[in-house]
Design a binder for this molecule. Structure first.
Ligand code: MN
Length: 134
């Protein structure tokens, strides 16, 4: 399956060059709205995932729209994600999210508004840890 045949609920958008330094593999980003709350459609090619990161103050909600992927909070087992899943990420929790190694993956990323909200990008997810996920 390639970008053309992956069935995306929302338009896939352009290559996510703005955040490419914080991802392994190719992702795509389409900002759907910034009207009061920021919601982006993020699409990951197979094997693509973002680095460990922290949403300060506001937190984030993921709404899975396509494919198969993972969410993992620091010190916790990874959670397999499928369309229709909802992930509530509290502020100050170190975590990552991304595709399974054999599947495209798409989620909406809802940034919970908060005074002084910011993202802190950390180290990549280790290949050994990612490749061990079943
Ligand atoms: Mn996040």
């Amino acid at each position: 399956m390639n970008r053309q045949t992956f069935k995306s609920l929302f338009p896939i958008g352009e290559k996510n060059t703005a955040f490419a330094d914080y991802f392994i593999g190719q992702s795509y980003l389409n900002m759907l709205t910034t009207a009061g709350v920021s919601i982006g459609n993020v699409t990951f090619e197979p094997g693509c995932r973002n680095n460990w990161h922290i949403h300060h103050k506001g937190g984030q909600i993921l709404l899975v729209t396509g494919g198969q992927g993972w969410y993992q909070a620091w010190g916790q087992p990874a959670r397999r994600l499928r369309p229709g899943d909802v992930v509530e990420i509290p502020p100050e929790v170190k975590h990552w999210h991304g595709a399974a190694k054999d599947s495209w993956f798409a989620h909406l990323a809802v940034e919970i508004p908060a005074e002084g909200a910011s993202n802190q990008w950390l180290e990549p997810v280790a290949d050994d840890d990612y490749n061990a996920l079943q």
